[in-house]
Design a protein. Structure first.
Length: 252
């Protein structure tokens, strides 16, 4: 079976959390408020093996196995537009957009053979999916795979860094394992949002004060955007707390 798809760069899908490669997170630190999203995946999931490969494998306090996706993420409420959209609701960084945007609707967090449901048109899609659009998926594999393969390579290359960071955080922060277990127990799965500063501190050859300075400005901007919205109180708390952590990094 063939699937047709053509991105129109209209910004219709650019809302909410956007997983980034570590390279993209650092490149766009002056544009997106960053977090590290931890997503536990149970062994019964088709994504378990690839999640363990790109993230880490651990066990809950009651010894149940979990794979954990650890993803630097543009942490934006779904009710707010992507900050990379211009006044016409078009992507203003289309030629330099993150890998996740380039690869969509595919996801390297899934096996190649498990991409089909991501290509089924959804309400609100403006992308072309008619037979006139290019064929993008055939015989359970992407047809034009350059962007998909590039993101896969970046995720594989960064996996040892994120795994070392993840194991360190699990070992040093009380409650992390318990919270992962609670997130995994939710009917549709859950997530944990952790400060990007916790990862930035663990990176080697990176200008930490410069990245922290860029993030400090972005976090302040988004804290102002959500300040008077009770429904976004969790975002407000996180932006403020994470800005404090970034401010400490700017002094180093």
């Amino acid at each position: 079976m063939e699937f047709h798809f053509l991105c129109t760069a209209c910004g219709k899908c650019c809302f909410g959390w956007l997983p980034l490669t570590l390279k993209d997170a650092l490149t766009h630190a002056g544009r997106f408020p960053l977090a590290v999203i931890w997503t536990p995946v149970k062994p019964a999931s088709k994504a378990y093996d690839i999640t363990a490969k790109l993230g880490l494998a651990t066990r809950t306090l009651n010894k149940k196995r979990l794979a954990v996706r650890i993803a630097p993420t543009a942490y934006i409420p779904p009710s707010l537009p992507c900050p990379a959209l211009n006044a016409d609701n078009l992507c203003e960084i289309h030629s330099d957009k993150p890998s996740r945007c380039r690869t969509m609707p595919f996801s390297p967090y899934r096996e190649e053979s498990d991409q089909r449901e991501l290509l089924v048109p959804r309400p609100g899609w403006a992308c072309a999916t008619s037979p006139e659009a290019p064929v993008v998926y055939r015989d359970k594999t992407p047809v034009d795979r350059d962007d998909f393969d590039r993101e896969c390579r970046d995720l594989i290359a960064q996996a040892p860094i994120l795994r070392t960071y993840g194991e360190w955080l699990l070992a040093t922060v009380p409650g992390m394992i318990e919270n992962l277990g609670r997130a995994a127990a939710k009917p549709r799965g859950g997530h944990m949002a952790v400060s990007f500063a916790s990862l930035l501190r663990r990176l080697g050859d990176v200008d930490k004060p410069a990245i922290a300075e860029a993030q400090l400005a972005v976090l302040g901007e988004f804290a102002s955007k959500v300040a008077d919205q009770p429904a976004l109180a969790e975002y407000s708390r996180n932006y403020s707390a994470w800005a404090w952590e970034m401010e400490r990094l700017t002094r180093r």
